[in-house]
Design a protein around this ligand. Structure first.
Ligand code: NAD
Length: 267
């Protein structure tokens, strides 16, 4: 049976990918699938919904009925993830979180709630993005504020938070490389008479449309040259496989709050 996994948000775009990723991994088994109370997919088989056939796991909204498990993987919405974190901590389950769009206060509550268990959170579970974050930080250190940093991201029309968690992580990487604070330097909107660009600003631009899976560019624009570090996700399975890799990595870790950089050994 190997690693026993519960997937929350099992009816969602990422949830269905996660159900597939658990199934394709030989060392793990799906034992539970969770959805919100009003969802029309309650009672359906999680495998059927994910397009891989009956797995014998009915989607439920009733956490108390979930069997014993090793890991709870959650790609849902901020308030839902906070509820699920309380459940995971109470049941002493490891937790892997993919949800984005938390406020700073929610992030703090999440950390506190999960302090008794090994937990891992990443705004993006792809290997390429996590490597890009390190490259962006290094570029920001070398180039300094003489090179204007702009983060451009594009996602599908159903995404509900902006800028994406990954774009914010990229902005934080720029700020860290410059020894600055993102909250003091981020510029999220420009319209009307904005005046000239301030030295040190980190600008964000957001595109929403169609079925774009996720595209991010960190641009460093200097005088006479421009460096762009760009990542394009073409298939959501890349996030699901990354989350499974994170879950397997957590299995022998003590309680603590980890990130994808720990999993990938990026320091
Ligand atoms: P989605 O809307 O397709 O899926 C979310 C699912 O969660 C829905 O089916 C919804 O019904 C369910 N849900 C809501 N409240 C719930 C509750 N209380 N209990 C159980 N289920 C509940 O969205 P998505 O595209 O799958 O994205 C989900 C989240 O994951 C978003 O925050 C998104 O930004 C994030 N995301 C993260 C990564 C990453 O690599 N970290 C990648 C893609 C998406």
């Amino acid at each position: 049976m190997g690693m026993r996994v519960i997937v929350a948000g099992a009816g969602g775009r990422m949830g269905r990918m996660l159900v597939r990723a658990v199934h394709e991994s030989e060392s793990s088994t799906l034992v539970g699938a969770v959805e919100r109370r009003q969802s029309i997919v309650l009672g359906l088989d999680a495998g059927d919904l994910a397009g891989i056939g009956d797995l014998g796991v009915k989607i439920t909204a009733d956490a108390e009925t979930l069997p014993e498990a090793d890991v709870y993987i959650d790609f849902t919405a901020p308030e839902a993830t906070l509820d699920h974190a309380a459940f995971a901590a109470q049941r002493r389950l490891r937790m892997v979180i993919g949800t984005t769009g938390f406020s700073d206060q929610q992030l703090e509550r999440l950390r506190q709630t999960l302090s008794p268990v090994p937990a891992l959170m990443a705004a993006n579970y792809s290997v390429g993005v996590n490597l890009a974050l390190g490259l962006i930080r290094e570029a920001a250190t070398v180039l300094g504020s003489d090179y204007d940093a702009e983060i451009i991201e594009a996602h599908h029309r159903h995404k509900v938070d902006a800028p994406s968690g990954t774009a914010l992580a990229m902005g934080k990487a720029v700020a860290a490389g410059r020894k600055a604070n993102l909250n003091d330097t981020a510029v999220f909107t420009r319209a009307g008479n904005t005046g000239e660009r301030r030295v040190g600003d980190i600008g964000f631009a957001v595109i929403r449309g169609g079925d774009i899976v996720g595209e991010h560019t960190a641009m460093f624009a200097g005088l006479g040259e421009r460096l762009e570090i760009r990542h394009v996700a073409t298939d959501r399975m890349t996030f699901a496989r990354g989350a499974m890799r994170a879950a397997a990595w957590l299995m022998d870790k003590p309680a603590g709050y980890y990130g994808m950089r720990d999993v990938l050994g990026l320091g």
